[in-house]
Design a protein around this ligand. Structure first.
Ligand SMILES: [Fe+2]
Length: 161
């Protein structure tokens, strides 16, 4: 574990250390998720190309904003923010993006699976952070998972009813 700096924030070092670890885990998985959504943005083909191409880019942009907020919370708590691409590749829970899949209806299904996996992992850590006593990190995880849920709605709304 990297050094945790002291701060006047009224949370103990052990709470901050555990919150930093949680935050950085999601920062790392978002590096993977961001690239996967960009791969979908670049490679999708089919009748719905332009709608999906543009939607995936908008989602990718929101992922970067969410990642930035989580990394900066880790820094706020006195931690070293984020992880290297190599560390992210080792720790990401997401399945490898299948580059051979390019058909729009298949790509959108894969994007939905990835978004829901990330949303559910962060949702689980709302309670973890709250139990630690870090309500602000819990609130941030709530905000990020709510945004992921909304993006999942945008994606799933393309499925036939
Ligand atoms: Fe683009």
């Amino acid at each position: 574990m990297l050094q945790v700096n002291s701060t006047s924030i009224g949370l103990s070092e052990s709470v901050r250390t555990r919150a930093i670890t949680l935050l950085n885990m999601h920062v790392g998985s978002f590096t993977d998720l961001y690239v996967q959504v960009k791969l979908a943005h670049w490679n999708v083909r089919g009748a719905h190309f332009i709608a999906y191409h543009e939607l995936f880019d908008a989602i990718a942009g929101r992922l970067l904003e969410a990642q930035d907020m989580m990394a900066e919370r880790a820094a706020t708590l006195g931690g070293t923010a984020g992880m290297t691409v190599q560390e992210a590749a080792e720790s990401t829970p997401l399945p490898v993006w299948p580059l051979a899949v390019r058909q729009d209806r298949d790509v959108i299904q894969l994007v939905a699976e990835r978004l829901s996996q990330a949303a559910n992992a962060i949702r689980k850590d709302i309670d973890t952070a709250a139990t630690l006593g870090d309500a602000d990190t819990a609130d941030l995880f709530t905000e990020v998972s709510r945004q992921l849920d909304k993006d999942l709605w945008f994606v799933e709304a393309h499925f036939s009813a």
